[in-house]
Design a protein around this ligand. Structure first.
Ligand SMILES: [Zn+2]
Length: 70
């Protein structure tokens, strides 16, 4: 018998704009294994997420493509 991992940890990003309930989940397994990979995938999808390093240079908030600031 072989044990199989059937439930991956899946990270969800939520837009921080007021009154916006948009969320993002990585669609591919290889993007779901960590929060960093999920954030990379979100950025590829047009989300405005601060880079994992470089604290202070940008806001700590995440925004969906509709509310991104630039
Ligand atoms: Zn939003």
């Amino acid at each position: 018998m072989t044990a199989t991992l059937t439930q991956q940890p899946i990270y969800t990003l939520a837009c921080d704009a007021p009154d916006c309930g948009a969320t993002f989940e990585a669609k591919h397994d290889f993007d779901q294994g960590s929060d960093r990979a999920t954030r990379r995938a979100a950025r590829r999808a047009g989300w405005d997420v601060p880079p994992p390093r470089g604290k202070g240079s940008r806001s700590p908030y995440d925004f969906c493509p509709e509310h991104k600031r630039r």
